[in-house]
Design a protein around this ligand. Structure first.
Ligand code: G6P
Length: 369
């Protein structure tokens, strides 16, 4: 089963498996070289590196974490990756090969569609990896190896801390698998150091709570709310929209900004609120152009951007609301970016008088297919 917890340990001294790994595990700049240790995967790294492709399989929010991981694995380990919704994967009875590595990502470890896909992939002879937050869960027991998130019991039906922890664990997996690439080494070290700073960045971004409450007051009667993102933050757009629809009960869509001209642009007018995720990653230029195009159609924009990004200041004068978040490496920016949007969904929900922990019609764990 999914054996040890995620641990990033300083040099050769093996740190205990701990959820506090980011603070205690990676040394600060100038100290000994950081490295990644994932105890539950250590016997399988060679096997995973030899595989034909990595297939991520999940549902809901966990699926969105996999979309981030696809790009991280492509970027750091140059591996071919596909991402599948567990239900759709089984509806298609998609081909699985003996030399595939299938990664099952599930907070509860009990989601029926994901579990069914796991049994199917296992029967085809694939190496099955589990990333779960529940020790002893069906998925954690049935996989060959894996990682326990140790994010703590998640109470609310809508997954939040499991999502950010899944991205952390999957990023660590990508960094582990990419360890042999000399060319990627500086980028890898920067990402490991950014992982160590992540708790501080998260603390800083939580200070946006009052501004998110204010923004929620402005948006609480909206009929619909659109999120635009691309690259690493396509997932942020999808996940923010899922949160808004599942807890605040407002129609919401997350759209890949690269698809804007293929339909979504027709919706844009001065009434539809749009959140544009435009932090300073590789997509920054393209997102700036998206903002200009939306403003040319009189769009009402909220722009999520980095602290100190002067290029964005001009948009304040053009009626846009700016949300400023700290900058981290591209691969980790979705973790920081989703936090104010989770807060926004939270405040939209309470202002609209709904229960944020138990949205109507939904269950924490979907154990029927
Ligand atoms: C339910 C929950 C979601 C969750 C999804 C997948 O729909 O409400 O928050 O993302 O199941 O659950 P899992 O436990 O497999 O991550």
């Amino acid at each position: 089963g999914a054996a040890a917890a995620a641990t990033a340990a300083p040099d050769k001294a093996a740190a205990p498996a701990s959820a506090g790994f980011m603070e205690e595990g990676i040394p600060a700049a100038g100290e000994s070289e950081p490295f990644i240790k994932l105890g539950g995967l250590s016997d399988h790294v060679e096997g995973i590196l030899r595989c034909r492709r990595i297939v991520f399989i999940a549902c809901g929010t966990s699926y969105h974490a996999c979309l981030v991981a696809r790009k991280t694995l492509e970027e750091f380990a140059a591996m071919p990756v596909v991402v599948e919704l567990a239900g759709d994967f089984m509806d298609r009875e998609a081909p699985v090969f003996r030399d595939d590595t299938c990664v099952f990502v599930s907070q509860s470890g009990e989601t029926a569609d994901t579990l069914r896909a796991l049994e199917y992939a296992k029967a085809k002879g694939a190496l099955c990896v589990g990333i779960t937050n529940t020790v002893g869960s069906a998925i954690s027991n049935a996989t060959h190896c894996g990682v326990h998130l140790n994010a703590g019991f998640e109470i609310g039906v809508a997954s939040t801390k499991a999502y950010t922890s899944q991205i952390v664990a999957l990023t660590m997996m990508a960094l582990l698998l990419g360890a042999d690439s000399r060319a990627k080494m500086p980028k890898r070290i920067a990402a490991m150091r950014a992982l160590a700073r992540l708790p501080d960045d998260a603390r800083e971004v939580l200070e946006l709570d009052a501004s998110m409450h204010k923004l929620a007051e402005q948006l609480k009667d909206a009929q619909s709310l659109i999120f635009f993102g691309r690259g690493y933050n396509f997932s942020t757009a999808l996940e923010a929209a899922l949160k808004v629809k599942e807890v605040a009960l407002i129609h919401s869509e997350g759209i890949n900004a690269g698809e804007m001209k293929h339909g979504p642009l027709a919706l844009v007018d001065e009434n539809l609120p749009i959140v544009v995720i435009a932090t300073q990653d590789a997509m920054h230029r393209k997102m700036e152009s998206v903002i200009q195009q939306l403003l040319a159609r009189s769009a009402k924009l909220v722009i999520l951007c980095n602290t100190g990004d002067d290029a964005m200041t001009q948009f304040e004068g053009r009626g846009c609301t700016l949300i400023r978040v700290p900058r981290t490496v591209d691969a980790l920016q979705p973790i920081i970016n989703i936090i104010p949007l989770q807060l926004l969904s939270y405040h939209l929900t309470t202002l609209r008088g709904f229960n944020v922990d138990q949205p109507r019609n939904l269950a924490k764990s979907v154990t029927v297919t």
